[in-house]
Design a protein around this ligand. Sequence first.
Ligand code: AMP
Ligand code: MG
Length: 367
Amino acid sequence: MPMDHALPDTLSVRWPDGTATPPAETDAAIDRAAAVLRAGGLVAIPTETVYGLAGLALSESSVERIFIAKGRSSTNPLIVHVDSVEMARGLASDWPVAAERIARACWPGPVTVVVPKASHVPDTVTAGGPTVALRCPDQPVARELIARLGEPLAAPSANRSLRLSPTTAAHVLESLGAKVDLILDAGPCGRGIESTVVDCTVSPPAILRPGPFSAAALAAALGDSIAPTSDATPDAASPARSPGQAARHYAPRTPLEISPRSAERVSELLRAGKRVGWLTTRAADARTRRIATSAEVVVVPMPDDPAPHAAMLYAVLHAVDKRSLDWIIVDEPPARDDWQAIHDRLTRAAAPEQEPADDESPPPASA
Ligand code: AMP
Ligand code: MG
């Protein structure tokens, strides 16, 4: 049985591009991960988006352990990871044309499709709902693990609920510690933010959570229109189309503010005697350099291209969050389709702290 008290082993894994099989150590690490999972344990796995906390998706008890380890609300369904379109189809009671097109065009990759669930998919994994969210990760070790198991893995981000997602194995260890049984370490995640979630049960398909694939990229893959996220700032009063899209999410402990005039805002906070972290794409500006001479500010230069910006965003927030600052100020991202996922994550990170009850709610009752 998996042990709850010992810190997990971290095994290095790698899979050089263009090779059909992994190096021997990685091969052994995948076998060990499969054994832990078959025994009902939880393994933190690398994906191209963020590290996932994986358990057997078709096992009620494994899925319940995931909810407990994360302190995740039982109303927030998990994404089920597959190694192929064929495995995905086997988990769906209906496979809409949109799901087929997205899967064929974007998988393996950071797009999740929501489809009607097959009856053998446990209600726990879908938070009691009639649909299941499916994704095939663009990470060869993750796919090989699923292939060896011959069954899908439920894998939400490997962090305590509502906190920053992990993009390194060290982040996982810091957040979950002994709550995970084994960590596979493939280095920093390439994409760095969570997948785009697309509801394929409606027509046209609708983006429930923006992600690395923008609305324009998805529309191109679909050869059809796509309904963009209705509102990047979720409204607590409106019915949850994507359950678990909590207003506050992906949050550092330090208060975070998105500022359209970040230089003024940082100067104002410094004058008020505050210590400030400042994520800015304008680090080279004379004005920024002047402000940066203050010992009370940590200036983090950020790329002004959304893909590399997303790839480093959580790692930067994790690092700045450790410096015990009073504020994190972030430049307001451009109002463009390809910045929408970053805008979404920052908006959730900036949302006011919620009732702790939701974060600590018990896992779903077992069947
Ligand atoms: P995470 O595992 O933290 O990346 O979160 C998974 C995201 O996928 C959450 O925002 C969920 O609300 C969403 N999701 C998972 N399953 C479904 C589903 N069946 N229908 C709609 N959204 C879903
Ligand atoms: Mg998460």
